[in-house]
Design a protein around this ligand. Structure first.
Ligand code: G
Ligand code: G
Ligand code: MN
Ligand code: NA
Length: 256
């Protein structure tokens, strides 16, 4: 209960921060995008991981104001980077969307308004939703995501392979990109079945005209295998852990 009140306060009093994890093109080796990941610096307890407070935020409905803060902050950051990182443009930022956010009646309007206000309708935003979130209120989720896509926002299916939507539904979903869950990438080399799964997801995604991001790439060998399987993009500690905005700028300058 205490943590709930604290989280409410944290949203208002700027204890929340965003880290950004680079997403890399495996063909050009250049950065193409980031995933925004929220962090909470509690005034007494120090850093609290999203694994702990996102579920709390979902249970209490605080994910709505928290999610709005994240979306606005991402647009503000993009506006700054558009100048600061002009040499590396175009870049985009992917934001994780919770199930409760996805069924808010005003989500589409809210997103259109902030894109208009902060970015003059230029769309830098991508949205990530998990399979389970998509399947929970499938009809409404599909309707909302279709509107967002029509507005120009790319939709990624996150943690793919861990939920139950399965391959059978993939072609029915209004999505552009599949993010393969890091558990498959992690075990790809030790466990041949996981390599088969990764290969199958990639080739199916390509037949459906979807792009693929491999999550949790931690080694050069994993990167090389994914590249040989024609996986378009990679994300993971091999490239970079999630970084605060200032460090992102240094990281990009050093990388390129
Ligand atoms: O960065 P880390 O691995 O600690 O993130 C843990 C989990 O928190 C991930 O599953 C991630 O999707 C989720 N998460 C991080 N930031 C956000 C956010 O802004 N909104 C939502 N809904 N989930 C987030
Ligand atoms: O659930 P979602 O995919 O949104 O969350 C991404 C999470 O994965 C973040 O918490 C991030 O810190 C974590 N992550 C990113 N790259 C790696 C990696 O290479 N290895 C591991 N173990 N975790 C990673
Ligand atoms: Mn994600
Ligand atoms: Na993921």
């Amino acid at each position: 209960l205490r943590l709930e009140a604290d989280l409410q306060q944290a949203i208002q009093e700027q204890e929340l921060h965003l880290n950004f994890q680079p997403i890399i093109s495996l063909t050009t080796n250049k950065i193409v995008s980031f995933e925004a990941l929220v962090r909470w610096h509690h005034h007494e307890r120090g850093w609290i991981s999203p694994g702990e407070f996102i579920p709390l935020a979902e249970q209490t409905g605080l994910i709505i104001p928290l999610g709005e803060w994240v979306l606005i902050e991402v647009c503000r950051q993009m506006k700054l980077w558009e100048k600061e990182l002009a040499n590396y443009w175009p870049l985009s930022i992917a934001v994780n969307l919770s199930g409760l956010q996805l069924i808010q009646p005003n989500l589409v309007t809210f997103i259109e308004q902030i894109c208009q206000y902060y970015c003059s309708n230029i769309i830098y935003l991508k949205l990530e939703v998990t399979e389970s979130v998509l399947m929970k209120n499938a009809e409404l989720a599909i309707e909302t995501l279709t509107k967002l896509r029509n507005y120009g926002i790319e939709i990624c299916i996150d943690d793919f392979g861990t939920g139950y939507s399965s391959l059978a539904y993939l072609h029915l979903l209004p999505i552009d990109t599949v993010k393969i869950d890091r558990s498959f990438i992690n075990q790809m080399i030790e466990n041949e079945k996981n390599l088969d799964i990764v290969e199958t997801i990639i080739s199916l995604a390509h037949r459906l005209d979807l792009n693929v991001v491999a999550e949790g790439v931690e080694t050069e060998l994993q990167r090389d295998i994914l590249r040989s399987l024609n996986c378009e993009y990679g994300q993971g500690y091999f490239f970079s852990k999630p970084l605060p905005p200032k460090e992102i700028v240094n990281w990009i300058h050093n990388m390129n």
